[in-house]
Write a protein that binds this ligand. Structure first.
Ligand SMILES: Cc1cc2nc3c(=O)[nH]c(=O)nc-3n(C[C@H](O)[C@H](O)[C@H](O)COP(=O)(O)OP(=O)(O)OC[C@H]3O[C@@H](n4cnc5c(N)ncnc54)[C@H](O)[C@@H]3O)c2cc1C
Length: 382
């Protein structure tokens, strides 16, 4: 799906050698299909039931665009001094900000704790990174004010899909052992934190995700093996073991986050814990130095490019088309260049990853490609 960054495909590939021995399709007696398409299960074996996604132009309810804040060398969590204050950066999460949020929030808060500073903290930014950082600082006893140009539902975080998977977080060629260890720690912290939020209140749910492919999915040495333990039940299915028009499907149990529910819940928790919000746009660091708080967390996402002159930050444009909700669809699907996440607020169809593209205007050709691709897949279910 993604040429650069931590590709979902690369992650899936990581298990393929181990699962090659589990491929059951050959040399075995024929057996009943372990799935049913679009009809409730009747057999005592309770085969997996797959509702078909109804893909048509008439069912489109919106198409949205967001710019992922990508840094080829990976997200930045770093402390520095700013006119006698402690400034901690926490930005540049690319296509994995929802996923990594609690993890890098904790890494950033650790830097604050190490400084010995106490009392009040300012968090700049009210996307998922700002809100998570604000909550972690509150739990550590800080009196926190969020200062942000845009608030939910107007942030990039509101546009995300969002599966718990760190896609397009770093350029493989730029990875360092130091980044990998920070990344591994952040991912594990975040995964654990999200597990505790599963349910309707936060809009976090476990779902099966099917990754479709026609190739043999050889092992890829560049993958993130350190996250394998977070996908313990990954299985590779042969052609007769799944209903999709592809040779293979790799099924994983993954968490999915519904941004509009989730961010609203975080905002509520932040305010319930005494947090304040000020809507303000900063143009230069000098303005931050003038704030009353001795601790400042910079969680401005792509905004850090201008505010802190970080020329490494670059947008990756992403576009999602939402179809009318289908509550009966309870699985996600990913394949080369396409994905489908079912949500309360619609069936979300992606995806585009356009490096360096700055505009928030929807691309109608991309919309058509995404629609046609999903029509091919769901129209071809057997
Ligand atoms: C289509 C799409 C699909 C995605 N899918 C996934 C997914 O499945 N899983 C996943 O983990 N991630 C996904 N992402 C990526 C994820 O959305 C981002 O990594 C994440 O939203 C980044 O969060 P953030 O808080 O850093 O940035 P933002 O949400 O952009 O928040 C930045 C905040 O800083 C404020 N700000 C910026 N500059 C200033 C300034 N100068 N002064 C004051 N305030 C400022 C903004 O107003 C805003 O409040 C997706 C993104 C897109 C676009």
């Amino acid at each position: 799906m993604e040429k650069k960054g931590i590709g979902r495909r690369e992650m899936i590939r990581s298990g393929s050698a181990a699962f090659a021995g589990l491929f059951l399709g050959q040399g075995r007696p024929k057996r009943a299909r372990p799935y049913v398409v679009d009809a409730p299960p009747e057999s005592k074996k309770h085969p997996r039931h797959f509702a078909v996604v109804n893909v048509s132009r008439e069912r489109i309810i919106r198409t949205v665009v967001g710019l992922r804040p990508y840094r080829p060398s990976g997200f930045l969590v770093k402390a520095e001094a700013l006119s006698g204050k402690l400034l901690v950066h926490n930005y540049g999460h690319g296509g994995g900000g929802m996923t990594l949020s609690w993890g890098t929030a904790q890494l950033a808060a650790d830097l604050v704790t190490e400084s010995g500073k106490k009392g009040a903290a300012a968090v700049i930014g009210c996307g998922v990174i700002g809100l998570s950082t604000a909550r972690v600082l509150q739990r550590r006893g800080f009196d926190v004010t969020i200062y942000a140009k845009d608030l939910p539902p107007e942030t990039t975080s509101n546009i995300s899909g969002a599966s718990w998977f760190p896609t397009s977080v770093v350029d493989h060629a730029r990875r360092t052992p130091a980044f990998d260890s920070q990344f591994e720690r952040a991912a594990h912290i975040a995964h654990h934190a999200y597990q505790l939020l599963v349910g309707d209140e936060y809009g976090v749910h476990w779902r099966e995700q099917y990754y479709l492919s026609d190739d043999t999915q050889e092992d890829d040495p560049r993958d993130y093996r350190m996250l394998r333990d977070l996908f313990p039940a990954q299985r590779r299915l042969g052609p007769r073991e799944h209903p999709f028009p592809s040779r293979y499907a790799v099924v994983d149990n993954m968490m999915f986050i519904e941004p509009s529910i989730y961010l609203k819940a975080l905002l509520r928790d932040f305010q319930a814990a005494g947090g304040r919000i000020r809507q303000v746009a900063f143009v230069e660091p000098r303005q931050l130095a003038a704030l009353a708080e001795p601790v400042i967390a910079n969680c401005t996402g792509l905004g850090a490019r201008e505010l802190f002159s970080d020329s490494e930050l670059t947008p990756i444009k992403g576009q999602l088309t939402a179809l009318l909700p289908q509550p009966e669809v309870d699985y996600a699907m990913v394949t080369e260049g396409l994905y489908m996440f079912p949500r309360r607020d619609g069936i979300m169809l992606g995806g585009t990853f356009e490096h360096g593209v700055e505009t928030l205007t929807p691309d109608l050709e991309a919309e058509e490609r995404i629609l046609a691709g999903h029509q091919r897949i769901f129209g071809g279910m057997r």
